[in-house]
Design a protein around this ligand. Structure first.
Ligand code: CLF
Ligand code: SF4
Length: 490
């Protein structure tokens, strides 16, 4: 019996998920134990209290482990913005959380509340409602807070989450606290206004537009004040920073220190996505984004100081579903306005209980592998994993739209990022061009782990020097089995 993939849960919400975590391996070429980075044991070792764990355990962004199981919903109720970022084109969603070039349908708070109740019924593992645009939520405080009020009243088990550029944050922390919004993200790209001058051409503050260093100073002071106020109010704060090579890449370790000193919980360093067709200042002027190695380098540099988020998908302002999937087209305004608001607390609690039991079973399996720890120095290698969620290698190579990247040594397998690819199987046929693209995207990895790989891609992957591992099991276990057989024994 195999555990239920979350996508199956999502498409059949009334189905009781199977809880048996007995894993059926279709084919495993190697043997022995695996490792885990997110266990209860590690929480205790990291000093994370039970109270804190309870606050983040079902939040797919604040808890890496949760993003395999729980989903988020964004509602696009906030159109206006009060600053200009050089990576933003106002035709599109706020690029502080979204991929550039994505447009969301604007909703009223009442429409948004209906959408939340519809999605909460159809996707009961949706645990978080986020407001992240399409402009800045706190440049539209009435619409943002009205939406939160409606949801807090009708769907009390849904966590409320907010993402902002921080300019108006200090004015609203009391209201945020009062509404029980427990998670706030601030995008902070600099703590030095001189660097800010290269990122923000202007800031609109208290009915006046400030250009240049004057505006950057206001921005910086307000962001630091807001962060401190969140800390004082005991609201969990994540900081997003957009990594812009040549502008703030060297500087982000200073940002990291400043936010840590003010109590930020998590740092999410995300890549600048920049192309001329986005029509942004950076895109039109040839500013490039970082490559995966550069991104990982900066994240690694900061990771000694505080917890880093590495699983961000730069979602759109109307994103729906697990972080790696986008179901927004199933819930367009035209569609969801016709659907019944069949939110049921009881049904949701039953599904969450099942998910928690599955998570415990997976965690136990990981923990058993950790007790196998061998204190030896060993080289680290990267592996690319095809997964539909649940913390498992459980996706066919040809269906993967992204690969999760794990760094593996003799003692552990650690999630370090994800890479998007064009799916190889399009309409049942393998695309040679897509395969070339996939191979080049994972060329720095030593292996591809998938539930199944077709003969043609298998041959090409091997030719490119990648080991192919076909298995259906906990990711860390498969990764370490591969390592033992193919790296340690060579
Ligand atoms: Fe949304 Fe942001 Fe809340 Fe998450 S997203 S408002 S904290 S619920 Fe998450 Fe999406 Fe990355 Fe944002 S993956 S873009 S970090
Ligand atoms: Fe664009 Fe968001 Fe920056 Fe505003 S805060 S300019 S919407 S990226």
């Amino acid at each position: 019996m195999t555990p239920p993939p979350p996508t199956a849960l999502a498409s059949a919400p009334t189905m009781t998920p199977e809880l048996d975590i007995t894993l059926t391996k279709t084919k495993t070429t190697v043997k022995s134990g695996g490792g885990c980075g997110c266990s209860t044991k590690n929480d205790a070792a990291n000093g994370m209290s039970e109270t804190l764990k309870a606050r983040i355990d079902k939040h797919p962004c604040y808890r890496e482990e949760a993003h395999h199981h729980y989903a988020r919903l964004h509602v696009a109720v906030a159109p206006a913005c009060n600053i200009q970022c050089n990576y933003c084109n106002r035709k599109y969603d706020c690029a502080n959380e979204s991929r550039p070039g994505v447009v969301s349908e604007l909703l009223t708070p009442e429409e948004a509340a209906h959408k939340v109740l519809v999605v909460a019924g159809k996707i009961p593992q949706m645990t978080v409602l986020g407001i992240a645009g399409p402009g800045d939520p706190l440049a539209n405080p009435e619409k943002t807070f009205r939406t939160f009020e409606l949801i807090a009243d009708k769907a009390p088990d849904i966590k409320l989450c907010l993402s902002t550029n921080g300019l108006m944050l200090p004015d609203h922390v009391d209201r945020i606290k009062q509404l029980n919004v427990d998670h706030v993200t601030i995008t902070i790209n600099m703590v030095d206004p001189k660097i800010g001058e290269k990122i923000y051409p202007w800031v609109h503050y208290r009915r006046r537009r400030y250009r240049g260093i004057e505006g950057e100073k206001i921005m910086h002071e307000r962001q630091m004040e807001g962060l401190q106020a969140l800390q004082d109010a005991d609201i969990l704060c994540k900081v997003n920073s957009v990594l812009i090579p040549g502008i703030n890449d060297e500087h982000l370790s200073e940002v990291n220190k400043a936010i840590r000193d003010r109590g930020a919980f998590l740092h999410n360093i995300m890549p600048l996505i920049s192309a001329p067709e986005h029509g942004t200042y950076f895109g039109l002027n040839g500013q490039r984004g970082p490559n995966p190695k550069e991104l990982k380098g900066v994240q690694d540099k900061c990771s000694g100081n505080m917890k880093m988020m590495r699983h961000c998908r730069q979602c759109r302002a109307d994103a729906v579903g697990l972080l790696g999937e986008d179901r927004s087209q199933e819930f367009t305004k035209e569609k969801f306005m016709e659907m019944p608001a069949d939110y049921s607390l009881q049904q949701r609690q039953a599904v969450h209980l099942s998910i928690e039991q599955t998570k415990t079973a997976v965690a136990k399996k990981k923990e058993a592998a950790v007790s196998n720890k061998r204190p030896i120095n060993s080289p680290k290698v990267l592996v690319a994993v095809a997964t539909k969620g649940g913390g498992l290698v459980n996706q066919h190579f040809g269906h993967a739209k992204e690969f999760m990247i794990y760094e593996v040594d003799a003692n552990e397998a650690r999630f370090v990022g994800h890479r998007k690819v064009a799916d190889y199987c399009q309409g049942g046929y393998g695309e040679a061009a897509a395969l070339d693209g996939i191979i080049s995207t994972v060329s720095d990895c030593k292996a591809v782990l998938a539930s199944k790989v077709g003969p043609c891609p298998k041959k090409e992957l091997k030719k490119a020097g990648l080991t192919v591992v076909e298995a259906y099991d906990v990711i860390e276990t498969v990764a370490r089995q591969f390592y033992d057989a193919h790296v340690l024994e060579n």
